[in-house]
Design a protein around this ligand. Structure first.
Ligand code: AMP
Ligand code: ZN
Length: 119
């Protein structure tokens, strides 16, 4: 059993309310807050309340949690009024993807037309 929270983790501290963030959505499994360095008109991070490092450590026991993160992102898109135009959901893992915070998080990016592939 891994602990639900890592006392050194910045996103665990946001989930626990120990450091401030612009939280726009919360339920018993998921918290979402505005990215401090937004890359799009709407840039939200959707995180599990429980500390999970990244996609490399996911086990079948996490399936419901990952589903809850994706559905929360969908609900936030509706809440923020971008569901019809569209949005992009991104999870970065590892060095090549420039993952910096070791607490699983899904970026929700929206608010303008995007290009593909990403840089
Ligand atoms: P990643 O590169 O996928 O690990 O993304 C980490 C993201 O967390 C970056 O977009 C940062 O701007 C964002 N971030 C880091 N610290 C905070 C914070 N205290 N509040 C909100 N967003 C943060
Ligand atoms: Zn954490």
């Amino acid at each position: 059993m891994t602990p639900d929270s890592d006392p050194e983790c910045i996103f665990c501290k946001i989930v626990g309310g120990q450091i401030p963030a612009a939280v726009i959505y919360k339920n018993d499994q998921v918290t979402a807050f505005r990215d401090i360095n937004p890359q799009m008109p709407l840039h939200v991070l959707v995180v599990p309340n429980k500390h999970v490092a990244n996609t490399e450590v996911l086990e079948p026991q996490h399936d419901a949690l990952v589903g809850a993160v994706v559905r929360a992102a969908r609900d936030i898109a509706r809440q923020e009024g971008v569901a019809e135009r569209g949005y992009r959901l991104v999870i970065n893992t590892g060095r090549d993807a420039l993952n910096t915070v070791p607490h699983l998080h899904m970026h929700m990016l929206a608010g303008r037309a995007m290009s593909w592939p990403p840089g």
